[in-house]
Design a protein around this ligand. Structure first.
Ligand code: SAM
Ligand code: FES
Length: 337
């Protein structure tokens, strides 16, 4: 799917950049990503770590390994840690809560983001009480028919949306999102996405191109395009001027300068990988994923340079949503960081 209209693209990107600048100046926020398990009980057709992919080499990080990743990230200045993984039953609510508590114990001023899939309201509540601040759960598509083309019948759009509403009710900063150019996606589906997002009012929005993985049912489907991804980023920035919107690794994978282009189309977050190098190649959601060979410190320096080269700078703060300052994150306000 392509909607080329190059004459107007630059105008759109410039308007989106201006909107981001009005809310955040020229600041870009870093989130240290810890991909702590690639076991998953789900079988999403697009995803390289789906249960049905017998070729995926499975791994789980231990609690100590996860905490070590956070130490490394903390020492290079990251103030948000994103724990992401497949829906792995090994990581029970008790285990997740214990990890969140331990991360917060020694680094109370950091933010912890969870991205571990669909859970019950009670589980989300426990994560929040353990100290988790934010939750990323892309809705993937807001159109029921399209949802059914991307997922097996055991998964439902209704539950995905319910989870997002539950998370908001509890008080999390909530992120939704979808892949640009996912198989079967039409412009009408993108319209449905926008309508859903206007209703949810997410604090974070994750948009990256779909990229085929060779061991999935979508192996022969075309990748999403850079241009469509950038247009969507820009439109969403204009609709949600205060949202935290990453220029994703997937965008950097289909275009060597994709993340810079994303920032110049209104994105304001980057998510460098903090996972230990020996597992990075195993968290392969799609083919050709970048940054699978580097150490955390190298990724950090590389991204900082890229941000500076386009006239932006990396913020030291933990980068909460501007409307979201309460007793849980007052550190930012009190200490001015
Ligand atoms: N299990 C958690 C969940 O479902 O939210 C988090 C992990 S999941 C792998 C994170 C995101 O990766 C998904 O929401 C999806 O949008 C994205 N993703 C998966 N496969 C992809 C692909 N082939 N191309 C681009 N993005 C992909
Ligand atoms: Fe579970 Fe992709 S199918 S993380």
């Amino acid at each position: 799917m392509e909607y080329a209209d190059e004459g107007n693209d630059e105008y759109l990107f410039e308007a989106a950049r201006d909107a981001a600048e009005r809310s955040f100046g020229k600041e870009v926020y870093l989130r240290g990503l810890v991909e702590f398990t690639n076991y998953c009980k789900n079988d999403c057709y697009y995803c390289g770590i789906r249960r049905g992919n017998a070729n995926a080499e499975r791994y789980r990080l231990t609690e100590d390994e996860i905490l070590f990743c956070c130490d490394v990230g903390w020492n290079i200045g990251f103030r948000t840690f994103v724990l992401q993984g497949g829906e792995d039953p090994f990581f029970t609510d008790d285990r997740i809560c214990q990890i969140v508590r331990k991360i917060k114990e020694t680094r109370p001023s950091c933010a912890v983001t969870l991205s571990i899939g669909e859970k019950s309201l009670e589980s989300f509540q426990r994560f929040y009480e353990a100290g988790a601040d934010r939750y990323l759960l892309r809705h993937e598509t807001a159109n029921e028919w399209h949802y059914g083309k991307l997922h097996p019948a055991s998964m439902s759009m209704e539950n995905r949306k319910k989870c997002l509403h539950d998370l908001k009710k509890i008080g999390f900063q909530v992120g939704c999102g979808f892949m640009a150019g996912s198989p079967f996606q039409t412009i009408d589906h993108l319209y449905d996405d926008i309508v859903f997002m206007r209703e949810l009012e997410p604090h974070m929005i994750g948009i990256g191109p779909f990229i085929a993985h060779r061991d999935t049912p979508f192996k022969d489907e075309p990748d999403g395009s850079v241009n469509l991804t950038l247009k969507l980023l820009a439109i969403l920035r204009l609709l949600f001027p205060k949202a935290l919107i990453p220029a994703t690794t997937a965008l950097g994978t289909i275009d060597a300068l994709g993340r810079e282009k994303g920032i110049l189309a209104g994105a304001n977050v980057l998510m460098p990988n903090l996972s230990p190098p020996h597992v990075r190649r195993k968290y392969l959601l799609y083919d050709g994923k970048i940054c699978t060979g580097e150490e955390a410190a190298e990724c950090n320096m590389c991204l900082r340079r890229r941000v500076e080269r386009i006239g932006y700078h990396v913020a030291d703060s933990r980068g909460d949503h501007p409307d979201f300052v309460n007793e849980r994150n007052e550190h930012d306000v009190e200490s001015g960081i």
